[in-house]
Design a protein around this ligand. Structure first.
Ligand code: SF4
Ligand code: SF4
Length: 90
């Protein structure tokens, strides 16, 4: 199964507050933007035009990759509060 096929199977119950928050001041010092290269859900996008990382939490599958690859401590990462977030098929 290719990774994109997963997104046809999952569903979400979204909370109105993001469960991952970026410290953009740290992202400004970042020269690799590893989050944007590694998130399987493409939640991150480096915008050279705006000079910042754009982030959308809604498609997050809670894999933790961004937290593992960010070496600048820019992420305040939590699972969504109970009952919210991604739902995988059984
Ligand atoms: S890897 Fe970390 S510091 Fe770099 S852009 Fe992503 S969140 Fe920001
Ligand atoms: S936890 Fe995984 S899916 Fe969610 S934003 Fe981070 S890398 Fe992307």
């Amino acid at each position: 199964m290719i990774i994109d096929a997963i997104f046809d199977l999952v569903s979400y119950r979204l909370h109105d507050q993001a469960h991952i928050v970026l410290d953009q001041s740290r992202c400004l010092q970042c020269d690799h933007h590893a989050c944007a290269h590694s998130c399987p859900a493409r939640c991150y996008e480096w915008s050279a035009e705006r000079g910042r990382v754009e982030f959308a939490y809604e498609g997050c599958v809670e894999c933790g990759t961004c937290l593992a690859v960010c070496d600048r401590g820019a992420l305040d990462w939590h699972y969504p509060v109970g009952g919210f977030g991604v739902r995988f098929p059984r």
